[in-house]
Write a protein that binds this ligand. Sequence first.
Ligand code: DQA
Length: 146
Amino acid sequence: MKFMILHGPNLNLLGKREPAIYGSITIDDINSSLVELAAELGCELAFFQSNSEGELINAIHGSVLECHGILINPAAYTHTSIAIRDALSAVGLPVVEVHLSNIHRRETFRHISMVAPVAVGQICGFGGDSYLLGLRALYKYVKNSL
Ligand code: DQA
């Protein structure tokens, strides 16, 4: 089994970016912990980060060729991107949406997710652990549906 891990805009700055909200964890720390978990679960991962909506959409389209599911933190595009939602819907792979922060206790514009209605589920508020919980959930969901 293989999963695509997608990180949206500004997540390349984790560690330096608003540490009071996102903590000191970096994107490399997150990816390393996911690689460890994948070894435990016995699955493969592909990683992609972009600050560009179109590149994320191309990565979503590409996922269908080799992946069984998508774990995505769409970052700010969560709240705005019908195009990313449509791409996820178009490829039809199971999707788990994750966020480091609890978007529902932040500004009201973050309470809306364009992606949530096309995702199996959403995990937010657990910092880097949101990704680990998300991968476990996605793995189990796909395994149960094979
Ligand atoms: C985020 C939450 C979004 O609202 C924000 O735009 C981000 C990060 C999170 O992981 O908590 O860039 O997706």
